[in-house]
Structure formats: C-alpha cells, structure tokens
Design a protein around this ligand. Sequence first.
Ligand code: GAR
Length: 192
Amino acid sequence: MRKSTGSKKIKTAVFISGKGSNLKNLIKFSKFKKYPFSINLILSNTNKAKGLKYSKIYKIEKKIICYDKKIKNDKKILKTLKQKKIKLICLAGFMKILSKNFIEKFQGKIINIHPSLLPKYKGLNTHIRAIKNREKFAGCTVHYVTSKLDSGKIILQKRVKISKKDDRFSLAKKVLKIEHLLYPAAIKKILN
Ligand code: GAR
C-alpha cells in the first residue's frame, strides 16, 4: 500500500450498491487534515443505489458499471481508476463480487467493511444469524479484499453488545454507528 506523504492525500474510490451512509461518512472524514485520503470516485453496480446522490452533493465523479459483463467491465473500471490515479478502493456496502483478475490487478489496495466480527458470519444476513445463535456481541470488521469472500487480512475490528431486545434492524443500526468510526480509522491505519 502506498503511504501518504506530508499533506498529499491518497486518491480513493468508494464502491457502493445501497444507501451509502459509509460513503457519506468517509467523505466527511476525508476533509479532515488528519485523514490522509480524498474521495475522487464513486462507483456503483446499479443506478438505483441511493448513495449515488452524494456524487452530486459533494461534486465527486460517479460511474455505474453493469456487472454481468465481467471481463469487459474489469478493463473499463481499471482504465477509469488509472486515469483518475486511484490508489485505494474502499468497498462500502458493495454487494457484487469482484473478479479475481481485478483483485490481482489492485492487489493489497482494496479494502472492505463487513458487518460482523470476522471470521464469524461471512456473507449475507450477518445480524439475523448472530441473534439466532445467541451471540453476546456483534460488530464490524475492515479487512483487505482477496478472492476468497470476507477472508482477507483484518485491519481493524470493533464489537458492540447485543441486547435481549435487539432484532436485526436495531442491531444493524447499532453496528452501522460503529462502522462509521471504524472505517476512517482503518484507512488512517494503513496509510500512515
Ligand atoms: C453496511 O452495514 C456494510 O457493512 C454492509 O452493508 C451496509 C452498507 O451500508 N456491507 C456488507 O454487507 C458487505 N458484505 P451503507 O450503504 O449505508 O454504507
């Protein structure tokens, strides 16, 4: 991973599929001097992603990529990333699996936030599964992306207590709140 030097911010792309609260939060943190990254591109697999509105609000370029045509689109995305001198990719609620080729080309420069205490609960429906299993804690993890789902090296992790009253919605809300602290801290950790 290229480290930030002095006041130079590392150009970052955020990939989203949904409402983009992590994206919005990362944009906020990127404006602080202490956080060595800037958000220069928002990429989504769908034009229905609500988080795309932050492109207009914060004047950040957006790209929508159809993920059915994998190989062709890999090339397209890689070209855009190169043109924009992107050095870091943050997946934030991006619900598509990146191709092996793409991950290899960006080796060690793609990170993801996952709503569980990995290695527990990889994949989808993490909160329902944690509640069903009567776990005491839930949480979130920022990790490097490899071609094995939710299995790359962990950068930071934070936990939160599951209360008896929690259902998957209240738990998701609790976890999202700590995601917003964890993601910028994890980026700072790998870039400093
Ligand atoms: C977040 O909870 C994130 O951890 C999760 O999707 C949500 C996106 O919220 N990601 C995954 O489940 C990836 N497997 P956001 O769109 O408000 O940032």
